[in-house]
Design a binder for this molecule. Structure first.
Ligand code: FEC
Length: 326
């Protein structure tokens, strides 16, 4: 019995792999507009603080590879072939799609390494992949829109946070701050599901841990003239400190799944510094990265989509995906 090959298009934000690539990266994020010299120097300085470049590229590769291995161990009837496509650096999403087409892949599952859907972020990944696929006759990409409430994702974060809470012991003066990347306020006015999905992830984790004092905040807002979603995590920290006398803070950047600039700088530098100024303690659970339990969670999500596709296609039984635990 020969397995049917299916493309696994794993899409992620991307990061410069060397300091001399930071300007091009920043320009890409700004839709082709070069940043001002002070803004560029500010970004280079932030990368320098976390070691010159971000570990994100390596982590994304590890996540993609381990996910593919896990799928190929646990799903029978299909052979997954990995294609990594980045939003802002090479290999770009379009490069990955063109590679798939060149390899003769006819069907693929698209997974974005960000749990919450927004028209302003995740949709852009999807649109670029689908636009690229249109150039190739017969290449179909089936997208996974979001996975913010996946039970094993919730369980993963609950476990990670529990480890931090256990270090603190007495939780009477502890606040847990969940966060995701802020976005311009105008997206909420347009009914974007992103803020609601982030809040739901936080609530599900809080319920699993029976948390008493927690809040959802936003981080890493852009320095543009327009308003971004708040409250910012720093504002929440001050509020918990002044209004509830909190002296321990657990920051949980649930909108991200890897150690990268926004976590290693915006949380581990900026939030930590604030807690130190307040005389409070800083905690931040380890990120999902390529943790086997997180990879298993992603595998469940992809495998479920593969099984769904078979049902939609009513494919012949010999090619149907079956999930085994391993
Ligand atoms: O290199 C690294 O380690 C950091 C990678 C990185 C990730 C990331 C994730 C998200 N962003 C989101 C939204 C925006 C919006 C803007 C924006 C700007 C930046 C800049 C850098 C950057 N982002 Fe990012 N983001 C990462 C890095 N981001 C660098 C440049 C500005 C600065 O920091 O000074 C504003 C520009 C625009 O309008 O497009 C908006 C969202 C996510 C989480 C979802 C995802 O991963 O796609 C949302 C990782």
């Amino acid at each position: 019995m020969s397995d049917q090959t299916i493309g696994l298009l794993v899409m992620a934000y991307g990061t410069p792999e060397r300091p001399d690539q930071i300007e091009a990266y920043y320009t890409h994020i700004r839709h082709g507009r070069k940043p001002s010299e002070p803004a560029l120097q500010n970004l280079i300085a932030r990368y320098r603080t976390i070691g010159g470049v971000s570990p994100l590229a390596e982590i994304t590769r590890a996540q993609g590879e381990r996910l593919t291995e896990k799928l190929n161990r646990t799903v029978t009837g299909k052979k997954f072939k990995l294609y990594l496509g980045m939003k802002h650096t090479a290999p770009f999403i379009e490069d990955a799609v063109s590679q798939m087409a060149g390899d003769g892949v006819k069907e693929a599952i698209g997974l974005i390494l960000a749990p919450h859907y927004s028209d302003y972020s995740v949709r852009l990944y999807m649109d670029r992949a689908q636009a690229a696929a249109q150039a190739y006759d017969g290449l179909k990409i089936h997208m996974i829109d979001d996975w913010y409430d996946e039970p094993s994702f919730i369980a993963f974060w609950a476990r990670q946070i529990r480890k931090e809470l256990d270090k603190i012991g007495d939780l009477s003066k502890t606040a847990v701050i969940f966060s995701a990347h802020s976005l311009p306020v105008k997206i909420i006015q347009n009914g974007d599901p992103y803020p609601g999905q982030v809040k739901e992830t936080a609530q599900l984790i809080a319920d699993a841990l029976h948390l008493k004092r927690f809040a959802v905040g936003w981080q890493s807002a852009g320095r543009t003239g327009e308003p971004w979603i708040g409250p910012d995590v720093r504002e929440l920290t001050r509020q918990f400190y002044h209004e509830s006398g909190c002296t321990a803070f657990v920051y949980c950047p649930i909108g991200f799944i890897a150690d990268h600039l926004e976590v290693l700088y915006d949380n581990d530098q900026v939030c930590r510094q604030l807690t130190e100024e307040l005389g409070a303690a800083y905690y931040r659970p380890a990120m999902p990265n390529a943790d086997p339990q997180f990879i298993a969670c992603l595998a469940t999500i992809v495998a479920r989509r593969a099984v769904q596709l078979d049902r939609e296609d009513k494919a012949p039984a010999r090619n149907q995906a079956t999930i085994h635990s391993a």
